[in-house]
Design a protein around this ligand. Structure first.
Ligand code: NCD
Ligand code: ZN
Length: 345
């Protein structure tokens, strides 16, 4: 039995680091594990231009401290009014690593999101030409569509026409949750990849209703039925370079989760690597973990692999019931549970 695993330093290709006190409270958990992270732009107001992204990057670097070596990769939040010249300038000057597409009203802070993706012609043409990845929250927002079907319907209604119209546009389907999305990404004749979160590998939708309503198991896209979890697990451990690590760690203060209208988002950053590794271990795929965590994403983005390494040790670790306090008190994913691996300090 393998009891120690050393891999190249991994990256998190999808994280919400927030701002202000919450940023200071959570950024260290990500920087401790990952060399780089794709930082989501859904602040209030959202990060829609180069100046805002540079200022946010500076706040992140201040929060993680001068010696962390952590590199935040910034994203541009697309709106119906995004300016292709600004996006191109941001990408070519190394400020923006990608653009993020939130369908309007799909999730937390997406009110300024895009109402019709295919109407973004000049933006998408520019991104396709310069090789800039489009990161997609892939859910339709049509209230007539059942919430558990919104990702699968997105593939048909939006993604299929999008890739037909922009055959060379690099796309990442973020946080996939369904067998349909896993199959679509694995098989598409298109430069497309997908990130996978720890929660969608570990819980199914029963977790949201286990003995009562469980707000800390609620995120978007919402967890699906067991068959989907199994399909997403299979994709993650398959070794396909189209699937890579993206935590979607999304902290909300405990009161905003435990509420009459609880926010979507799961805070998994403190034990992200441990949670993923447990899945790979259970699947007998420890040899595929490094590819998923530290290689596939960088290659898809066209970035160099990280130098350095991290080591995980097989030893039980208990996830605390709560992290932070006051305005930064957050219940982490798997709170109170014991995990089998621990990241070496
Ligand atoms: C995210 C958040 O809270 O910002 N929430 C979530 O449930 N994943 C937004 C998002 O990525 O959808
Ligand atoms: Zn997210």
């Amino acid at each position: 039995m393998t009891d120690r695993l050393t891999i190249r330093r991994p990256d998190d290709w999808h994280v919400h680091l927030r701002d202000g006190a919450m940023l200071k409270a959570v950024a260290g958990a990500t920087a401790r594990q990952f060399g780089r992270a794709i930082v989501m732009p859904n602040l209030t107001p959202p990060v829609t231009d180069v100046a805002a992204a540079e200022a946010y990057r500076a706040r992140i670097l201040e929060a993680v401290g001068p010696d962390s070596g952590f590199v935040p990769l910034m994203t541009c939040y697309l709106t119906d009014h995004s300016d292709p010249a600004e996006i191109r300038r941001g990408y070519e000057t190394g400020v923006f690593a990608a653009c993020k597409l939130y369908p309007a009203h799909a999730t937390t802070n997406s009110a300024h999101g895009v109402t019709n993706v295919l109407a973004l012609g000049p933006v998408l043409e520019t991104m396709q030409r310069i090789g800039m990845p489009l990161l997609i929250h892939g859910e339709v927002t049509d209230p007539a569509i059942d919430i558990f079907d919104r990702e699968a319907v997105f593939l048909e209604r939006v993604l299929t026409p999008l890739i037909r119209a922009y055959p060379a546009l690099k796309i990442v389907m973020e946080h996939i949750t369904t067998a349909e999305a896993a199959a679509f990404v694995a098989q598409a004749d298109h430069p497309i990849a997908a990130t996978i979160t720890p929660q969608h590998l570990i819980i199914n939708r029963n977790a949201i209703f286990e003995g009562g309503l469980r707000p800390h198991a609620y995120c978007l896209p919402v967890a699906k039925r067991e068959a989907h979890r199994l399909a997403v697990r299979k994709a993650a451990v398959s070794g396909s370079p189209r699937f890579f690590l993206g935590t979607d760690s999304a902290p909300h203060v405990v009161g905003a989760k435990e509420s009459g209208c609880g926010c979507a988002g799961i805070y998994n950053a403190p034990f992200a690597l441990e949670a993923y590794l447990q899945v790979f271990d259970e699947e007998g795929a420890l040899d595929r973990f490094e590819g998923f965590a530290a290689e596939h994403g960088a290659r898809f983005y066209g970035l160099p692999l990280n130098e350095g390494s991290v080591t995980l040790i097989r030893t039980p670790v208990e996830v605390p019931a709560m992290t932070g306090a006051g305005e930064t008190a957050v219940v982490p994913f798997l709170a109170g549970r014991t995990l089998a691996w621990r990241l070496e300090a």
